[in-house]
Design a protein around this ligand. Structure first.
Ligand code: FE2
Length: 293
């Protein structure tokens, strides 16, 4: 098609896409083109802004390494991660769910742990945390034999993959739920943390005068064949950034009830999983940061 006007460009691209054999791919790409072109028209994108946008997209890829996922971080900062989560869980977004963003720091291959085992693999100072969780189905019955991956930041707000001072897989472990659907572990209480701001996500937050903190939380990934795999996070209500999470992950259903004990804290939390596809997500990172020489 010879382009005669700016309107023709959209028509030309959409017409070329008509040959896409897979129906869902065709739907996704043609909707993306319609919205992208509408966006360019609505804001009257300048040539300079277009060049800057291309630079940001390239920088997202360039910033991504085996121990850091900038695209995942950006998706969270734009609220897309949690939107995708909420429309795909809780009966299509019609009721509360314990599902939440996977986040950029999940690693596969965490060590298997016996019930009650500690997540500490190197000395990690900080208040102790005793956690007990339950996994139940929609009818409230215990789900035994579910695999539960757990990971969280240290009391100084760093995941082991970001922190060469922590042992490999520190504050990470994989548990299997007991006959009553429960699992438990001991650890240290995680701190809230700033997400990295040395890439395009930092530029976005800076331009909008937004802080880059996430409220303190623990991550879970619950998997059992026959049930929809869910990632979850449980948040600390005492954190000052609870209602201004820079990744928009905090929902009412995920605020934990931390109880102060004489030597630290305890936390009990229930997860509900629903029937569905038990596919595991692709880990956003695959390695730990190397020590700075
Ligand atoms: Fe996190």
């Amino acid at each position: 098609m010879i382009i005669r006007s700016q309107e023709d460009v959209t028509e030309a691209v959409l017409a070329e896409m008509q040959r896409t054999p897979d129906a869902r791919t065709k739907e996704l790409l043609s909707s993306l083109v319609r919205h992208l072109h509408a966006f360019v028209r609505e804001v009257k994108l300048t040539e300079r802004e277009f060049q800057d946008a291309i630079g940001y997209l390239n920088a997202i890829g360039q910033k991504t390494t085996p121990s850091h996922n900038e695209a995942m971080l950006m998706a969270g900062a734009l609220g897309v991660s949690n939107l995708v989560c909420l429309i795909n869980n809780g009966a299509g977004g019609t009721r509360p769910t314990q599902a939440n963003n996977l986040g950029p720091f999940y690693r596969a291959g965490a060590p298997s742990c016996a019930d009650g085992e500690s997540l500490l693999r190197s000395p990690t100072p900080g208040p102790r945390l005793a956690f007990k969780g339950w996994v139940r189905d929609l009818a409230g019955n215990p789900v035994a034999g579910a695999e539960v991956d757990v990971w969280h930041s240290s009391p100084v707000g760093l995941y082991e993959n970001q922190d060469p001072a922590q042992a490999e897989m520190n504050l990470r472990g994989k548990f299997v739920t007991q006959a009553d659907g429960s699992f438990s572990f001991s650890s240290v209480k995680p701190a809230g943390y700033p997400v990295p701001i040395d890439g395009p996500t930092g530029a976005l937050l800076g331009a909008q005068k937004r802080h880059n903190f996430r409220p303190a939380h623990l991550h879970f990934l619950i998997h059992k064949p026959g049930f929809k795999t869910i990632a979850s996070q449980v948040y600390d209500p005492a954190d000052p950034h609870l209602d201004s999470d820079s990744q928009f992950g905090v929902t009412q259903a995920l605020i934990g009830n931390f109880t102060r004990e004489k030597d630290g804290f305890s936390l009990e939390f229930g997860f509900v999983i629903e029937p569905g596809e038990s596919r595991l997500p692709k880990p956003p990172i695959t390695a730990k940061a190397k020590a700075i020489q």
